[in-house]
Design a protein around this ligand. Sequence first.
Ligand code: SF4
Ligand code: SF4
Length: 421
Amino acid sequence: MSLERKKLGSVLIKPAGPDCNMACAYCFYLEKSELFPESRTHRMSDEVLEETVKQVMTQGQKQVSFSWQGGEPTLMGLSFYEKAVRLQQKYGHGHLVGNGLQTNGLLIDVQWAKFLRRYSFLVGLSLDGPEHIHDRYRLLRNGKSSWSRVVDKARLLLDSGVEVNALVVLNDHSVLFPEEIYEFHKSLGLNYMQFIPCVELDPDDPDQVASFSVPSEKYGEFLSKVFDLWLADFKDEMPTTSVRFFDSVLFSYAGLIPPECTVLEECGVYVVIEHNGDVYSCDFFVEPGWKLGNVMEDSLAALLNSERQDEFGWMKAVLHPECQECQWLRYCRAGCTKERLHNPRDRTLNYLCPSYKMFFQHADKRLSQMADEWKCQQMLVDTPRIMNLEQGVQAPQKIGRNDPCPCGSGKKYKKCCGRAT
Ligand code: SF4
Ligand code: SF4
C-alpha cells in the first residue's frame, strides 16, 4: 500500500447494482448483472450500507459527497435513503455531507420529492430532450414511451424546490439537435445540464463503436452550438444556465482543479461501491480486473490509495504522442480513459479527440477571457484581505486603465479585465 495521500472525498454507490425498471438501448450498466449471478435482484443490505456510511464519515474529509446511482437507485425504496441519512447523522460529527441521486425519475412521487428537498439532495434526472429525442433509446421495459412520465417527474421535483440537473446522453440521434435540447430543458426550468457522450463498443463487433454511439466529430459541433447558446443567455455578464462541461473547463482555464474527472490529469480520485460491498476503480470499470476489495473487509481510504487504484489513475496520464504535442492538452487532458481504451482505431488517442479540438478552437478565446475576468475579480477581492493582515485595513487599490492587468495576462488593464468598467 502507498502512503495515504488521496483523501476520501466522494464515493459513488450502486445500492441496487445494475437493476433497472427501464430498458434504455444504450445503457452500459445493465450487462453488469453478469458479474453478480448469485441472484436476479440486487439490493444493498443494511450491514453494507452502515459500514459504507461509517467509513466515509470517519475516514473522509470534512466535506464528503455520496452519489447514489445505478442501475436505478430508487428501486431501493425511500426508507433506504432515510436510513442512509440517519447513518450520516449518526457518524458525521461536524461533517458537511452532500448527497446526489441519479435517477430515471419513474418512481419519484410527492414523498420522495419532500425527502429530497428536505435533505438537499441534488437530483440528476435522465431526460434526453423532447419526445422524439428522449424516446429514441430511453424506453420502458415493455418498449413503450417513458418521456411524458419523466417530464411530469421533472415538474414535480422542480415545483417541490428540489435542485435538478438534467442528464442528457448524447448519442447518434440526440447529438443532431443541440438547440432543441438546450431550449427544451430551459423551458422546463432545468437550467443545470450535463451532456454525456455515449461511446460504447458494438458487442457483436468490438472493433467498432455501437451504432448508437455519438459520431466522433459530432460531439464537437454539439458543444460549440450549445456554448453559443449558453453565452447568448448571459445576463449582466453572468451565466443564467449551467453546462457542466463548460463549468469544468473554466476551472482549468482559471488554473484551478476542475470538479470533473474527465478533465483531470489522472483518474482514481473516487471509488465505486456495488450493492454487495465490492469496491471498484470507476463507474466505467466495474469489471473483475478493477475490483479493489470489499467494504466489509477493507478500508475505503486504503483502497483509494492502493497500488491498484494508482495504476488505474496513471493510465490516464499515459498520453498518445499527438496529445503530448497538443495545445489543448491542459484543458482536455486527453479525455476519459474509457473513451481512449475503447477507440477501435487507436488504443490511446481519445475517440472524441476531433470533437475536443473543434470545441476548444471555437471556445478558447472566450473561455480565456472569462477566466481572466474571474481572476481579476478574485484579486480585487483578495487585495484588502492581504493588506488587512499585514498593514491594517485599507481601501482596495485603484487600478489605472493603463496599469498592467492584475490577472497576469501581461495586457493593459483597459484592454483586459477593465474593458467593461
Ligand atoms: S475512466 Fe473516465 S470516468 Fe473513470 S475516473 Fe477516469 S476520467 Fe473519470
Ligand atoms: S484534443 Fe485530442 S490530441 Fe489534444 S489533448 Fe485532447 S485528445 Fe489529445
